[in-house]
Each structure stands twice: as C-alpha cells, then as structure tokens.
Design a protein around this ligand. Sequence first.
Ligand code: PNS
Length: 184
Amino acid sequence: MIAIYPGSFDPITLGHLDIIERGCKLFEQVIVAVLRNPNKSPLFTVQERVEQIRRCTQHLPNVEVDSFVGLTVEYARLRNAQVLLRGLRVLSDFEKELQMAHTNETLWDEIETVFLATSNEYSFLSSSVVKEVARFGGSVDHLVPQQVALDICRCYAETHPGATPPIAMNPVSRVNHQPVDQEV
Ligand code: PNS
C-alpha cells in the first residue's frame, strides 16, 4: 500500500519525522508531499522544504519526497496511493483532521485516512511553535532535525538581522532574555 503524508512542513519537525518513520513500517511506500500553497507566506520555499525533508529521511529507503498543488486526493489518485497519513497530537487536532478526512472521502471514496497518534514527547510540537520560538531567539535544536535548526538560524539571521540570536548561541540572553544593551 502506498501512503501520502501531505502537509506544509514549514519546517519539518521531529514530530513529523516520527510519523514518517513509523509510517514507513506500516506502508510499502510513504510519499511525503509538500503542499504548494500560494496563499501562505512560508519561512522556507517549497524547494527548500523538499530538500530539508529529503536530507532527514535519507535513512528511510521507502520514502519519497515530492510537492503538489491543488487537492490532496487528486495528487493521491495520480500517485496510485490508497492512504492519506496524518498525525494526531491533541484533541483540538481531531476536529480539523476529522473534517478534512470526511471532506477527502467525499471527493474520492477510495481514499482512506489513517491517523497515527503522535509520540507523547512531541504532542506539543508544531511548525508554528518552532517558528515562534526561533523568532524570539530560543533554541529549536530539540524540536527539529539538526540541519533544519541550522537553516532556521541562517534564515532568521538573514530576514531578521536585528533579532536576538538563538539562546544556544547567545549566553547573555539565556540569563535575562535580552542583552543589557538592548533593554528599553
Ligand atoms: O501541515 P498542514 O498545513 O496541517 O497540512 C494541511 C494539508 C496540506 C494536508 C491540507 O491543507 C490539504 O490537504 N490541502 C490541500 C487542499 C485540499 O485537498 N483540501 C481538501 C481537504 S480539506
């Protein structure tokens, strides 16, 4: 069985990687599909996200990374996939995910959505949380794959040159969250 794991992955987190690794044990092939969404202004381009995911799934021979536009079920049909794979973290995810699964089923009744419960240690984790922490100078090393943490560091250094660097790189901010000379 081929499963599509669709998402924004802006950026991929350790929670996503956990779902991919576990999905690989259940399905013949897992296609991680990055949505090209013209309505969002992401931190990373689709190409960058695809490359990030490829780098951190190199150890998984049955993973393919791709991008798509439009409806997920249309992409699934195109790829001969029978399953959409999604992770479930907390109760608030459930409502949105169930609505999406039901909508997808009305669009193509041969598609099944399979949910994997996110591992406990990642139940709080999302790409938005990662960006929020990084934006305010916190370390994200424990939240995303190592190479992605470096990309985030680089990205915020380029796009937010005045921002506080991540705590791990700035011992002063570890103490009072703002270097003394930046206090107002
Ligand atoms: O990582 P995300 O942002 O939670 O992923 C959401 C995603 C990409 C799976 C969802 O928005 C999606 O499938 N978008 C494609 C459009 C679509 O098929 N919509 C119908 C289902 S509501």
